[in-house]
Design a protein around this ligand. Structure first.
Ligand SMILES: [Mn+2]
Length: 325
């Protein structure tokens, strides 16, 4: 912890970035840290704090200062310090990788069990629900404003599925309690960023569920979206949030699989487990990663290739646990 503080103290220009296709925890943690650093800017003699993230949905504009997040990477800026948040590996930094490469020092703050500890200083807490929870634990509670609390709370609710997933700990709830004490409107944050769906998002959810299939003795629920369908709806990755969660609660299913085509014959694969199956192991095998119950990877081929390549790995674990028949 002291290391992180001393690196921040020694830096003038700081870049903050998260993973590609940013989610709530990624956006929340980047926003919270930049607000926090701005708060201590004078005292720490920081000159410039820039946040870089790929485009994300406007539901996150409910947070303060998301408008100041940079989405363009075409700049010659280089930084004294680069802080990576919620990102398990260097390649998941996407376009902000160049700022990582050119920075004097790098810090990696995360909670993914698969984190490859790619920075100079790595603070990875796999038991934490979210990167926002990790950030809270290293921040001075007294310096956490209402705006910072909103950003941290948003990240926690997104990664815990509103305190539903098993990554929610006693500490998570204590942190959430502290954040609530800052006067945030948590009901609005939860509804508008987590549950609210556009008509198009609802249509896609409905279609994915309608066309989903059960395989491996109904233990695995699978849904997919190809490029043509995504283009038809004008959907981006953020419009697909929640589909995997609905698949996971299919009665009898141990694993949920949701795949969508990023570009021709290249699929983003999301995996969720109800506890018995370690989906991180499967995602890591295919070059991805995440958590035991929630992981993802990128795979190539047709939809059928992807499913056919994936299922033997789920089958093997189901067999090992005598869960298949
Ligand atoms: Mn996260």
């Amino acid at each position: 912890m002291d290391k992180i503080t001393s690196e921040i103290m020694g830096a003038k220009k700081i870049a903050i970035a998260g993973h590609i296709r940013p989610d709530g925890d990624c956006i929340g943690s980047c926003t919270a840290l930049s607000l926090y650093l701005n708060q201590i800017k004078k005292e720490f003699k920081l000159d410039q704090i820039d946040v870089y993230l790929e485009n994300f949905g406007n539901e996150y504009d409910i947070l303060s200062h998301t408008k100041e997040i940079k989405h363009s990477y075409e700049t010659d800026e280089s930084y004294d310090l680069f802080i990576s948040l919620d990102c398990g590996s260097m390649d998941r930094l996407g376009n902000s990788r160049k700022f990582f490469d050119s920075a004097q020092k790098t810090i990696n703050i995360d909670h993914h069990i698969s984190n490859s500890k790619f920075a100079d200083i790595n603070h990875v807490v796999p038991t934490a629900s979210s990167t926002c929870e990790v950030l809270y634990s290293i921040m001075d509670d007294e310096l956490i404003s209402k705006e910072i609390a909103e950003a941290l709370y948003l990240g926690i609710i997104h990664d815990t599925g509103v305190f539903k997933h098993s990554n929610t700990s006693e500490y998570t709830m204590q942190v959430a309690g502290r954040l609530i004490s800052k006067g945030i409107n948590f009901s609005v944050l939860i509804d508008e960023t987590f549950y609210a769906k556009t008509y198009m998002q609802n249509q896609i959810l409905g279609r994915c569920l309608m066309e989903s299939i059960l395989v491996l003795n109904k233990k695995v629920a699978v849904a997919s979206m190809n490029r043509k369908m995504l283009d038809f709806y004008g959907a981006s990755s953020g419009d697909l949030d929640g589909i995997i969660d609905q698949l996971r609660v299919t009665k009898g299913a141990e694993v949920a699989v949701f795949i969508y085509e990023i570009q021709f014959h290249e699929f983003r694969v999301s995996l969720r487990s109800n506890g018995a199956i370690n989906v991180n192991k499967i995602a890591v095998y295919f070059g991805g990663g995440g958590h035991i119950k929630a992981a993802g990877c990128t795979m190539n081929g047709t939809v059928h290739d992807v499913i056919n390549n994936l299922t033997p790995h789920i089958e093997a674990q189901l067999k090992e646990l005598n869960l298949l028949y």
